[in-house]
Design a protein around this ligand. Structure first.
Ligand SMILES: Cc1ncc(COP(=O)(O)O)c(C=O)c1O
Length: 390
């Protein structure tokens, strides 16, 4: 009954866990929920006000499919000011969330049999979206002891004559690893020289704690092969609004807009207005949230230090920790990271996502975009649970 292509993908693992956690919450169970990858902050007031004003002013009709010129101008100007990129509005499409920007980019670039290089650990959706398009995922393993670093040399070793694109995501979901400007530049230059597209997922680009915020858009002489996939979801605590974009070569953007014209059409009109307020207004809300995330990260890591056997790299961005639970596998009938996640949920009432969803076997992912109380309660429950395994 169903198509071959729908059979090639799975339900997003994070969404599956969220659904189970919601069921338990509805039964009145008190969960320490580190599952969902979204800010716990409210959307800043000036952004909400802009959407309300747009609705009041009846800005509620269809717009240009790729987004109104003003929102695309706000996107390219923000990106130029922050990263020195030089996109025009014809090189920008506004989408219903960052995920759709990624989905459409892959649909217009990747054909059956094309190879797409994907560093491990990876965000769940990359693999499925590539497979949906008929592409072949070529994984590049990274080393935890090297903080999951990915270098041009590692990428180069996997390039074949079928390689169409490389996906990079820095800061990374799930590991929080951040690429250095040098590594990023080397990969962008390698791809450009070889005629391969770099799809740069910048969903967490402003949640970088190193003080050196980097974007692939800075290398303007390589822009012919660079696609920036952006999202307002995490930067401005706007996950439910569905606001994302792609910056890239005009022909690719035109193809993505064509695809969008036959599917979602424009993103919601008033969300476009709210996005202009987000991008052109004061960016203080972004630095305030970033400062809070750093404190929350340090709190989780301090908590983890009190759990014998648990190790964790220090994430330098996003809002995830990716601890290694390898020392506990094989104890009390717990064999896999998925077993750990399932038992943490059913026995300790802690929501985490198992590493298998991100391509590694010995980790669990926790989102620390939660209150300090939830962190304290959750870490305590994890300590008791893991300490009880024999
Ligand atoms: C790495 C990464 N890219 C893209 C997205 C998509 O974000 P959105 O569709 O909410 O803009 C997410 C969301 O979790 C993400 O983690």
């Amino acid at each position: 009954m169903l198509t071959d292509r729908i059979g090639r993908i799975e339900v997003s693992a994070t969404m599956a866990i969220t659904a189970e956690a919601l069921k338990m919450k509805a039964q009145g169970i008190d969960l320490a929920d580190f599952g969902a990858g979204e800010p716990h902050f409210a959307t800043p007031q000036h952004i909400k006000d802009a959407a309300i004003a747009a609705i009041q002013n009846n800005f509620t009709r269809y717009t240009a499919v790729a987004g109104i010129p003003e929102v695309r101008k706000a996107i390219v100007e923000r990106h130029a000011a922050d990263f020195g990129s030089n996109y025009t509005i014809e090189e920008c499409v506004f989408t219903t969330g960052g995920k759709l920007a990624l989905f459409n980019a892959i649909q217009v670039l990747v054909d059956h049999g094309d190879e797409v290089i994907l560093p491990v650990p990876y965000w769940v959706s990359f693999k499925d979206i590539i497979q949906y398009a008929g592409g072949k995922v070529v994984y590049v393993e990274s080393e935890e002891r090297e903080n999951f670093r990915i270098t041009a040399k590692m990428i180069e070793a996997t390039i074949t004559d079928r390689t169409k694109a490389i996906i990079l995501n820095t800061p990374s979901n799930p590991s929080g690893a951040v690429m250095s400007l040098k590594d990023l530049e080397a990969i962008v230059r390698l791809a450009h020289a070889r005629g391969i597209y770099v799809l740069l997922d910048e969903c967490y680009v402003y949640l970088n704690f190193t003080g050196e915020i980097v974007s692939g858009g800075s290398f303007t002489d390589c822009k012919e092969h660079v696609l920036i996939l952006g999202s307002l979801s995490k930067t401005y605590a706007m996950t439910g609004w569905r606001a994302g974009f792609c910056l890239g070569p005009k022909a690719v953007i035109a193809a993505m807009s064509k695809l969008q014209s036959q599917s979602t059409s424009n993103a919601a009109s008033f969300v476009q207005k709210a996005s202009i307020a987000a991008l052109t207004g004061s960016q203080e809300c972004v630095s305030e949230m970033r400062a809070d995330y750093i404190k929350l990260r340090d709190r989780v890591l301090a908590g983890f230090k009190t759990i014998p056997g648990l190790t964790c790299t220090v994430p330098e961005g996003a809002f995830y920790v990716y601890p290694n639970i390898g020392a506990f596998l094989g104890k009390s009938g717990v064999r896999t990271a998925s077993d750990v996640a399932a038992k943490l949920l059913s026995e300790a009432h802690v929501v985490v996502v198992p590493g298998e969803a991100f391509g590694t076997d010995e980790h669990i992912r926790l989102s620390y975009a939660v209150s300090a109380d939830v962190i304290d309660k959750g870490v305590e429950r994890i300590r008791e649970f893991l300490g009880g395994l024999r």
